[in-house]
Ligand binder design. Structure first.
Ligand SMILES: *Cc1c(COP(=O)(O)O)cnc(C)c1O
Length: 365
């Protein structure tokens, strides 16, 4: 079975992990600092602050941006629940724009959601492709809003000459399935000295120095053990993402011309998509339902993913939530009904890619 994700721990990572184990210093230390430098360099930001996962990265970033009770945040309806959970945990309310063809929050649908309580825009760089950040930047400037990027799936991605996490406060995840993985882990990027300083204090029980408490803090620290897994991957980040792009190109060629199977739109010129997922749409013209397509693929030896089967607020726990302001989001609903993510990870062989394409051809027939 060809899986959607494959985790391979390289020899360099094994060696580094073993060094950490033998040092007996397992908590946050010099390797976390090294991983932070790599992230800042890779995304062109002045700072990167490591935390224990992508959800706490979002929470801490929202906190650093001053988001709290009484504020509103506008985000994408087509995202992982973590995005919404983080906003609601701060005590803020959430509103939604709709998405575009690229599956990302569409800036032209966001303007009408802005109210006098709006504090921040939270676009999600879904599947490894940046949202239209130039437009969000303009909206934020016009209305005096903060920008927080859910860049959990977009390590190393860029658009209009700028990398993910360099437009606002960037929140990355290093969860087991992400392009760069430490099992669990998160990273926050920023160009603001003030925000970086705040985040470093917040993640360490609010201490600026030993027992010097500046604020009510938390323990959001990443471990050197986790950083040891991430450092070798960050050294090869361009190669890893290049390989995903190459695989995506092979899939585009091999899947061309299948009736009712829509390929993901080509990324805009000058942008770097990092294909965390390669997501196609199965439309009515295919003659199969999306769910049948996934089942047929499985029977043909190819595991697929559905990210995400519903718009994010369509679950019972959010439905009547007083701080969740839903909106009609027809394009997000259509995507939720049509999307299928095919394997695109860097460990696929040419034969795997051929098998995925021939399976897809058979799965719609
Ligand atoms: C993975 C992910 C997160 C959460 O990251 P964790 O490290 O799992 O907490 C948030 N948003 C999106 C879009 C994600 O894909």
């Amino acid at each position: 079975m060809i899986q959607v994700t494959k985790v391979v721990v390289e020899p360099e990572a094994e060696k580094l992990v073993l060094e950490v184990l033998r040092s007996g210093k397992l908590a946050q230390g010099p390797l976390v600092a090294e991983l932070e430098s790599q992230f800042a360099a890779a995304h062109g930001t002045a700072h990167a602050v490591a935390v224990n996962n992508g959800t706490t990265a979002l929470l801490a970033a929202l906190d650093a941006a001053g988001v709290g009770p009484g504020d509103e945040v506008i985000t994408s309806p087509f995202t992982f629940a973590a995005t919404l959970n983080a906003v609601l945990t701060t005590g803020a309310s959430v509103r939604f724009g709709d998405i575009g063809d690229d599956f990302n929050l569409d800036p032209s649908t966001v303007a009408q959601q802005i109210t006098s309580s709006t504090k921040a825009l939270l676009p999600v760089h879904l599947y490894g492709q940046l949202a239209d950040m130039r437009s969000f930047e303009a909206l934020a400037a016009e209305h005096g809003l903060e920008i927080i990027e859910d860049a959990a799936q977009a390590v190393g991605a860029s658009r209009d000459g700028k990398r993910a996490g360099s437009w606002g406060i960037g929140c990355f995840s290093m969860y087991a399935t992400k392009n760069v993985s430490t099992g669990e882990g998160g990273m926050i990027t920023t160009n603001s000295d003030e925000v970086a300083n705040y985040l470093r204090i917040l993640r360490n029980q609010g201490m600026s120095d030993r027992y010097v408490y500046e604020m009510i803090g938390q323990n959001l620290r990443l471990t050197d053990l986790a950083a040891a897994l991430g450092i070798p991957q960050m050294n090869r980040l361009d190669e890893i993402n290049e390989r995903r792009r190459w695989n995506a190109d092979q899939l585009r060629v091999g899947l061309d011309g299948i009736e009712g199977l829509l390929l993901p739109p080509e990324p805009p010129a000058g942008s770097e998509h990092v294909y965390h997922q390669f997501t196609i749409r199965i439309t009515d013209e295919s003659g199969v339902t999306r769910d049948n397509f996934v089942e047929n693929m499985r029977n043909l030896g190819v595991a697929c993913g559905v990210y995400y089967p519903k718009v994010v607020f369509d679950y019972e726990c959010y439905a009547d939530h007083p701080r969740v302001f839903t909106a009609p989001v027809p394009l997000a609903r259509q995507a939720a009904a049509q999307v299928v993510s095919l394997p695109v990870h860097p460990h696929l062989t040419s034969e795997d890619l051929e098998q995925i394409c021939s399976a897809a051809r058979a799965a719609v027939a």
